[in-house]
Ligand binder design. Structure first.
Ligand SMILES: [Zn+2]
Length: 323
């Protein structure tokens, strides 16, 4: 291919302008690389409510083999490479909405906290909140989708101090009972139980158990979507005539568990039930054209779901940088 401007004419142009104008002073100096990234929060309006997505940082799951099952290794590799994703390391985001309804400041899920089960890149939720100008002591309600380590981990700090001292905490009772059960300490997900106990028991007397279908806070309704865990819920969040669904862990991957929603995920307590919930809820969200935010989808996790072939397709929402 040819470029409209030849190197020769570019050279003539710069020579004609003269070295003193183009190449004087700092233009010749090598700039140090800055090595910093933009803050890890994103804000948007939902009716009268202000929503700030804060990140707990990327969570690398590693090779999908054994974690995502129900398709061959080659099929999984092709789905990932066809979408320009690394087939050897699945990296999930951790997107938590903080909803300011005008009356209440409500945080959904708290990240990994001090747990390093998935490496050093997680555990930045407090930092992201500070970048967003949100004070942990101003949070009125902390709502958990379920009691897994990457959702309840940030309730306490390393010394066991509760980081949201003025909040009520909301979870399904079945999930609280299951993951704080000492009897499960000998199981394969021992670390999950250790961290559920470490984070949830200190706020036991401030826990409120929501129920399926209940609007337990103004504009916030719980919908049971069990399987990933026994008490996993998603939430419809509404203000005025606007709403979105916070999906928690209904689907962990924007390609694998959308194109093939009946594939299974090894961290599911009941993978078959999780797949049933996933298909049922995604059908409902697609049919009603409801905006979604997914905890583990590419930052900041906002988009829509449409039916496609045997499964679904996720359409990320363009980031609006004006409020
Ligand atoms: Zn998760």
């Amino acid at each position: 291919m040819t470029y409209p401007v030849s190197r020769r004419s570019l050279f003539a142009l710069t020579a004609g302008l003269g070295a003193t104008t183009l190449f004087s002073g700092n233009a010749l100096a090598r700039e140090p690389k800055l090595g910093t990234q933009s803050p890890y929060f994103h804000r948007f309006m939902l009716g009268d409510a202000e929503v700030t997505v804060v990140s707990d940082g990327p969570l690398p799951l590693g090779n999908p083999k054994g974690t995502f099952t129900g398709a061959s290794d080659d099929e999984i590799k092709k789905m990932l490479t066809d979408n320009f994703l690394n087939p050897d390391n699945i990296v999930l985001e951790q997107n938590s909405p903080v909803v300011n309804t005008g009356d209440k400041l409500v945080l959904f899920d708290t990240g990994m906290g001090t747990a390093r089960t998935f490496g050093p890149t997680t555990g930045r939720q407090q930092k992201s909140m500070a970048e967003a100008g949100i004070k942990p002591e101003d949070i009125d309600a902390v709502v958990f989708t379920h009691a897994h380590i990457d959702h309840i981990g940030g309730v306490v700090d390393g010394s066991g101090k509760v980081l949201f001292p003025n909040a009520q905490y909301y979870i399904a009772q079945s999930d609280f009972d299951y993951w704080t059960d000492e009897g499960r300490m000998s199981g394969p997900l021992k670390e999950f139980v250790v961290h559920a106990r470490k984070n949830l028991l200190p706020v036991r007397d401030r826990l409120v158990f929501y129920r399926d279908g209940q609007e337990f806070l103004p504009g916030i309704q719980a919908l049971a979507a069990p399987g990933h865990t026994v008490g996993h819920h998603i939430f419809m969040i509404s203000s005025g005539d606007k709403s979105f669904a916070f999906l928690g862990d209904l689907t962990h991957h924007q390609i694998l568990l959308m194109e093939r929603p009946r594939m299974e995920f090894s961290y599911d307590t009941d993978p078959k039930q999780a797949a049933e919930s996933r298909v049922r809820m995604l059908d409902m969200l697609a049919a009603n054209k409801i905006m979604v935010m997914s905890y583990h989808y590419p930052w900041p996790g906002l988009g829509h779901v449409v039916k496609s072939g045997e499964g679904f397709h996720y359409l990320p929402q363009p980031m609006q940088m004006l409020l």
